[in-house]
Design a protein around this ligand. Sequence first.
Ligand SMILES: C[S@@+](CC[C@H](N)C(=O)[O-])C[C@H]1O[C@@H](n2cnc3c(N)ncnc32)[C@H](O)[C@@H]1O
Length: 240
Amino acid sequence: MTRPHDSLAPVYDLVYQEDFGDFYNWLTDTTLAVVSELVAVGARIVDFGAATGRMALPLAQAGYRITAVEPSGPMIDRLRAAAGSADIECVQALMQDYDGQGRHDLALCVFTVVIYLLDEHALLAAMRSAYASLKPGGQLLLDIPARELFHNRRVRKRRLQRTVNLRSLGGDLFDYSEKVTLGDVLGGGSYADRFTIRCWSREQVLKAAAEAGLQFERDLSDRLEESGSAYLLLRRPLGP
Ligand SMILES: C[S@@+](CC[C@H](N)C(=O)[O-])C[C@H]1O[C@@H](n2cnc3c(N)ncnc32)[C@H](O)[C@@H]1O
């Protein structure tokens, strides 16, 4: 079965870095800073939708104990092959299928992972999985992209040509299709990807989280305002 990003995996890092540039670096640095304020080095973190390790690799390097959960085989293979991944526990799975055995101090579900969950059942299962992966008192940091971010994107540079088309499928669902051509300086080649995504409201996500037993703790959106996403901190309560 093919998954979103399977076909783009060989060039995913390159494309995101070239396309989003300074914003991407800022987002990574700021998210890492937020994590370091939430949990001390040595803490156990599960990174849901870890992709090729944008968060997982620097966190492991900093001394956190990382579990990376990622459904795309080609994406997680890139992470497994990356320098610095030896201490990362890599699990190929959907967030909603992962059994984290209550081992983690912090769960991450950041940089649009929630939009890949396509119905209420999957959203609730994902929140239940986050809850189950956390120790009592553990926290979940997740982002919810605003509806304004669901638009077409066209990049025309010598180094990178990229077209992202979003077509409404009605309701909150969108058909996402992407075409990428790398310039010669980046090695050349063309890549395409296509899958369905969903725009969730903050209320829908918080409702599912509450049903899964996670308590809303804090809104951290002002720290990551330029992203256009809400960044929320939730907690698995202490006790039964
Ligand atoms: C835009 S990337 C974000 C990657 C990473 N979290 C980051 O901060 O850079 C979204 C990732 O979520 C993964 N994904 C899609 N559906 C998922 C699911 N149901 N559970 C976990 N990850 C999923 C995709 O394969 C992709 O690697």
